[in-house]
Design a protein around this ligand. Structure first.
Ligand code: HEC
Length: 292
């Protein structure tokens, strides 16, 4: 009896110690940053931040490099952080896929970016980089607090990492996204709508100082309207576009922007989505389509 009792106390103590150890390993620094954020903050101290996808490396090759950085070069990365880094780097290794556009009318929907799918792009989305030959992949990323979707690296100037909803075509309706601008030379992010091809689409882009409505037709970009309102970095903001026929109204954080209310003669319906500008680091955590 006595032995069993001690045994219980002993294993309870051991359990407690293990729990504490696990607790610090998994909830300490480990999950406070996403794989992308760990990469940006832990991998550019001794050398410039390496391109995560140039050259392309397999998961095994990255594992070997990370192990060397940690064991022999002195990078400070905990085991769970190493896993998050590997998952991030490995999300550039995607199988090539053929895009099958859904041509039926879109229905109302709310997109979810669940933590179970971190590192992946949910099937109903198509990522492409407007103004570039190579696509910068988008995927769900997450940290201790939340999960969101974002481009996995920045683009060059005049390139627009984009994510299009592939659940159908929109004529009239409202598309809304919640986003956060984090960093960039001239950070900006927003919505795409009326997307028909990389040469034909509309967009709203919000920056710290202004918001613009623009149109691309025949590959030519034209500014349609500008408003002197912007967003604060590192805070969530909501941008929405309401389309009725050819009339378009933009709102920011629930307030309509009269300066961006326009009739767009060239609008013929298309796909909706989200995008960022150039090297902007941004995240989106809610997206909604409302079809009347
Ligand atoms: C404490 C300094 C230090 C940190 C932090 C560091 N590195 Fe390195 N890294 C080096 C040194 C030194 C070299 C050159 C020698 C070598 O390749 O081992 C290097 C080389 C590299 C190379 C080129 C290797 C090759 O085989 O081409 C890559 C890629 C790399 N690091 C990635 C990373 C990543 C990813 C991180 C973030 C976890 C990181 N480094 C953090 C010191 C560091």
């Amino acid at each position: 009896m006595a032995r069993t009792g001690r045994g219980r106390i002993g294993s309870a103590l051991l359990g407690a110690v293990l729990l504490i150890a696990l607790g610090t390993a998994t909830t300490g620094r480990a999950q406070t940053l996403s794989g992308l954020d760990l990469y940006r903050t832990r991998c550019d101290g001794c050398h410039e931040l390496p391109e995560p996808d140039e050259p392309k490396r397999s998961r095994i090759e990255w594992d070997q490099i990370l192990t060397r950085m940690i064991r022999t070069r002195g990078a400070v990365v905990s085991p769970p952080e190493k896993t998050a880094l590997l998952n991030y780097l490995d999300s550039f290794n995607r199988p090539a896929r053929e895009i099958r556009w859904v041509e039926t009318p879109a229905r109302s929907r709310k997109a979810a970016f669940p933590s179970a799918q971190t590192g992946k792009l949910p099937e109903e989305w198509v990522d492409l980089t407007l103004g570039a030959d190579e696509t910068i992949p988008w995927a769900i990323q997450g940290d201790a607090r939340s999960t969101y979707v974002q481009p996995l690296k920045g683009a060059a100037e005049n390139q627009f990492p984009s994510l299009l909803d592939n659940t159908g075509v929109v004529q009239s309706g409202t598309s809304r996204a919640r986003f956060q601008l984090l960093a960039g030379k001239s950070p900006g992010a927003g919505l795409l709508f009326g997307y028909r091809s990389p040469q034909s689409y509309f967009g709203v882009r919000v920056a710290p100082q202004n918001a613009v409505l623009y149109e691309v037709q025949g590959g030519q970009r034209a500014l349609r309207a500008r408003a002197g309102v912007g967003v604060t970095l590192k805070e969530w903001h909501t941008v929405a576009v309401e389309i009725k026929g050819k009339a378009v109204q933009i709102s920011l954080d629930g307030k309509p922007l009269p300066d961006l209310t326009r009739t767009l003669e060239g609008y013929r319906g298309g796909r909706c989505g989200i995008h960022t500008q150039g090297d902007t680091l941004a995240r989106f955590d809610q997206w909604e389509l409302m079809i009347p």
